[in-house]
Each structure stands twice: as C-alpha cells, then as structure tokens.
Write a protein that binds this ligand. Structure first.
Ligand SMILES: [Zn+2]
Ligand SMILES: [Zn+2]
Length: 169
C-alpha cells in the first residue's frame, strides 16, 4: 500500500504509550480522510476509554472524533474511522450527516464504511442458558438465573417456573 502509516495501526497500537497512540491515531485518521474522502481532516481525534460497545463518535459541537481503543487493533477499525468521517465531512458541508439521512447512507456505502460497530462480546455467548416457563406454557430464556417469585410472564402476566438448563448451540 502506498502509505505505511495506514497499515501500522495493527498490533501494538494500544500497548504503546498514550502520546504515541494519540499521534498514530491522528495520522491514521488524516490518512483515511485524504485517501477516501479527498478532504483534509482538520480537527482533533482521541481515544476514549469510556466507549464500550460504540466504535467511535463524532462530536457535533467541536467537530472532534473519538474512538474506542478496544477496537483499534481490529481489522474493522478502518470501517469505523470511515463511519465517523462520513458524519464529520457531511456536517461540515451542511449536508445530511445523521444515520437516517440519504446523504449519509450514500457516502457511507461509497467509502465502504461500517454501519455498526463489531460486537466485542460475540465470542462470549454462553453455551447454555436457563429456561423458564409460565403457567400458560410461554417459554422464557435467560443467560442469568433469576428469582421466579419476583417476575411475571411478559406475554400473559402469569407466574413463572424454572425448567432447567438448555443448550444454546
Ligand atoms: Zn454514526
Ligand atoms: Zn405467559
């Protein structure tokens, strides 16, 4: 590829020190912006440790971007950066920059950006889950056990009984 900086975000980014990380992230975002949008990125970007399931976000007031450091080493990270840059560039051009806007959908698919952040917990789905049943035989499945006395069936409101553990595979 013509720009090695775009590739260097792989292994090691999150392990390197904070200032290096921020600098590499800035270089990376700038690179993606120029390469796919043909426009300069002229605001600030930083990792935000408080982001959990979100890949990144665009801050409407400051025009800055924030990214989830847990996703920085994923192959999907490029698509996450593109997604936030779609918000960014459209907003600065006074075009429809929100998810429901036609401009947003069009540009996102043009640059091949991600629609949703990857699910970091996908691998943690348990093999077994707990099954319950109400008096009208509605089946209820939960990952965690709960006190049946405290709950009623969401469909009919009757009492719930514990059945047992069932395979989730
Ligand atoms: Zn978005
Ligand atoms: Zn029921």
């Amino acid at each position: 590829m013509e720009n090695k900086k775009g590739q260097c975000l792989g292994a090691g980014l999150v392990e390197s020190n904070y200032l290096d990380q921020q600098q590499q992230l800035m270089t990376y975002v700038t690179h993606i912006s120029t390469k796919y949008f043909n426009r300069a990125f002229q605001h600030e970007v930083r990792f935000n440790n408080r982001l959990r399931t979100t890949g990144g976000r665009y801050l409407v007031k400051s025009h800055n971007l924030e990214f989830n450091p847990r996703m920085a080493n994923l192959p999907e990270f490029e698509g996450i950066v593109k997604h936030e840059l779609v918000h960014y560039h459209l907003h600065l051009q006074n075009l429809g920059y929100q998810h429901r806007d036609a401009d947003f959908k069009k540009l996102l698919s043009q640059v091949n950006g991600l629609r949703f952040a990857p699910n970091l917990n996908a691998k943690k789905i348990p093999n077994y889950i707990w099954q319950y049943q109400c008096e009208n035989k509605h089946a209820i499945f939960r990952q965690r056990r709960f006190q049946t006395d405290n709950y009623r069936c969401g469909k009919c409101g009757s009492k719930i009984h514990f059945i047992g553990e069932v395979s989730n595979t």
